[in-house]
Write a protein that binds this ligand. Structure first.
Ligand code: MN
Ligand code: MN
Length: 463
């Protein structure tokens, strides 16, 4: 006798989406606890440099020591390696070392923000301002009329460095990009959103009081420079050798009456960086050597010597291979990677851009993106059926709740991750990360259960 339709459906068809109701109260409790330390990490990692410093301290507290290519390491040893203070790798040496390849989790720790131009300071009609060049893909209007903090490093002519971090403490001064009042924006309101603010309009207000009442010119700009000189010992020409970044001055906070979500600056991609670091820390004696790597410059195309297109990670793996008596390229060819990056969470207010059968939802588990890119699968690494099968089985085995996530409807836009650069090294790779609402906005939102599931996924890969 044949099955009735109900039985047949249960046997053959995908289960109904139960969403967040799939999580047990115990798992939600673990997720909430996990997120408390994540919030601290996020508040202290506004830039890639700060993230590297924070992760280095976490690593050292947990028995990781700086990697020395001239030393040999035994299974269970823990090392870290830092690239120009902007990228960091944590490795746990496996029982088989690099013989069967390495397991990789790679996230990025740069986020969209506003950078200063090399020659930023000017005065205009009673105000001192900074010229900027935005970093990464931002919707410019979102960055106006909000408090901004200044973070970064200045290198002086004598070679000494000054680290600056000002504006996060509510007692600190803050800065902003001014916006036009609605009473006078009739003309601006007719422009398309991308034209309402141009890059050259993103000027940051930094002062309005002159140094004194003398006849010298630009006394307000001079006063700003005097304050910076008193505090940091820098002069205007030192901006030429500086990296100064303006980020939102908001603290990370819980979102929703149920506190199920977290709002904050820079979830993309620190909400994948943090769980991948925790997975390395909690991994003690894996079979294969495991590496969590946090890269820079993803938001601007992964170029440069701290981006994923640099050979830094490849050289590190070659060094590990060499000390095991292996060829680096053979190790890479046997390696497997989770490219840990965020995806767009479904937003009911903008439902028309999503395809609900294949997009991801907040607090419904970690997201796998088989491919990213845009129209016709351009500019992406498309994970093979075999590797998808392997990762899917690993997640099921480890009790990780996960969902599939294609970035919006076909042909409506697109985006990429570092996965394709990893794939180019002949490594099996797929994107796995957290679903984000308001991605690239000054205040992004993620689900607490999702970041915890990301942790379990990276831990599952390593172990
Ligand atoms: Mn990202
Ligand atoms: Mn991004």
């Amino acid at each position: 006798m044949s099955d009735n339709a109900k039985e047949l459906r249960e046997k053959l068809m995908m289960k109904e989406r139960k969403g967040a109701a799939d999580f047990t109260p115990e798992v939600l409790e673990q997720a909430d606890a996990f997120c408390e330390d994540y919030k601290k990490f996020l508040d202290n990692s506004r830039t890639e440099r700060e993230a590297v410093a924070y992760v280095k301290a976490m690593a050292e507290e947990n028995g990781f020591v700086e990697y020395d290519p001239n030393k040999s390491y035994k299974p269970g040893d823990r090392v870290y390696i830092i690239n120009r203070e902007k990228a960091i790798g944590l490795a746990v040496i496996g029982k088989n070392g690099t013989d069967n390849g390495v397991k990789l989790a790679i996230a990025h720790i740069d986020s969209p923000r506003i950078d200063l131009k090399p020659n930023p300071l000017y005065q205009d009609n009673g105000m001192a301002l900074f010229k900027t060049h935005y970093y990464g893909g931002i919707k410019k209007y979102q960055w106006t009329a909000i408090p901004l903090a200044m973070h970064g490093r200045v290198v002086k002519l004598d070679g000494s460095t000054v680290d600056i971090r000002i504006g996060d403490d509510p007692e600190d001064e803050c800065f902003l990009i001014t916006d036009l009042l609605p009473h006078l924006d009739k003309e601006m309101a007719t422009k398309t959103m991308s034209k309402a603010f141009t890059g050259e309009d993103l000027n940051i207000l930094v002062g309005s009081r002159p140094y004194d009442g003398s006849d010298e010119k630009d006394l307000i700009a001079l006063n700003v420079m005097k304050i910076l000189n008193d505090r940091y010992g820098i002069c205007e020409s030192d901006f030429l050798s500086a990296e100064l970044n303006f980020c939102p001055a908001f603290k990370t906070r819980d979102v929703g009456f149920d506190r199920s979500m977290i709002g904050g600056y820079g979830h993309d991609d620190r909400c994948c960086a943090y769980p991948s670091v925790m997975a390395a820390i909690d991994t003690k004696l894996p079979e294969c050597t495991c590496i969590t790597y946090l890269t820079d410059k993803e938001e601007t195309g992964s170029d440069g010597n701290t981006g994923m297109q640099s050979d830094f990670l490849r050289y590190f793996i070659y060094d590990l291979a060499k000390s095991d008596g292996n060829e680096g390229y053979r190790v890479l060819s046997k390696s497997k990677c989770l490219s840990a990056d965020v995806n767009a969470a479904y937003d009911p207010t903008f439902a028309s851009v999503y395809e609900p059968k294949n997009c991801s939802f907040i607090n419904e588990g970690v997201v796998i993106s088989k491919y990213t890119g845009h129209g016709g699968k351009y500019d992406t690494s498309d994970a093979s059926a075999e590797f998808m099968g392997e990762i899917r089985a690993m997640l099921e085995k480890n009790g990780v709740k996960w969902q599939i996530g294609e970035l919006g409807k076909v042909d409506i836009g697109g985006g990429g991750t570092i996965a394709k650069y990893v794939a180019n090294m002949n490594v099996d790779v797929v994107d796995l990360g957290v679903a984000v609402l308001c991605m690239h906005a000054p205040f992004e939102v993620i689900g607490k259960a999702d970041i915890y599931m990301a942790y379990k996924a990276f831990y599952g890969l390593f172990n």
